[in-house]
Design a binder for this molecule. Structure first.
Ligand code: DQA
Length: 155
């Protein structure tokens, strides 16, 4: 069965398309979801693409991913910079995490430069708009391919 990647989008990302288009572009979240799923399919992966404005709902979805999903792609929106609760949930389920941001969070206000999600993420993709989600799918597929290193043979 195809591995399932849970893609979580946090607050205000439902407004993509009309929200600050000079920063976030004109693409809607639905459009990003469609191309993320399409990219995943080409790599034999399935995507469960979700958005919530509620921190508690995001946390419930992370908990429910345990045992069902092989990895998480997370754009936590502003919760990225505030939520220890999300960090704890991600740490608790111990799944691979790739953090995504549409904008380059390091080229913006200082308060966006700290990410709680980064503390548990395998990696971070920031500043490539909706394409960042496809890059994250590719990175996740590569993580799955990585085999544990076999012990070196004694000579
Ligand atoms: C964002 C960056 C966050 O700082 C911001 O609060 C968002 C969107 C991004 O995708 O660039 O809501 O996560």
């Amino acid at each position: 069965m195809a591995k399932v990647i849970l893609v979580l989008n946090g607050p205000n990302l439902n407004l993509l398309g009309t929200r600050e288009p000079s920063i976030y572009g004109r693409e809607t979240l639905d459009e990003i979801g469609v191309r993320t799923k399409a990219r995943a399919e080409t790599l034999g992966l399935t995507v469960d693409f979700r958005q919530s404005n509620s921190e508690s709902e995001l946390i419930e979805w992370i908990h429910a991913a345990r045992g069902k999903c092989a990895g998480l792609i997370v754009n936590a929106g502003a919760y990225t910079h505030t939520s220890i609760a999300l960090l704890d949930a991600l740490r608790a389920v111990a799944l691979p995490v790739i953090e995504v941001h549409l904008s380059n969070i390091y080229a913006r206000e200082d308060f966006r430069r700290y990410s709680y999600v980064s503390a548990v993420a395998n990696g971070l993709i920031s500043g490539f708009g909706g394409h960042g989600y496809e890059l994250a799918i590719e990175a996740m597929a590569r993580l799955f391919e990585r085999k544990p290193q076999s012990p070196k043979k004694k000579k």
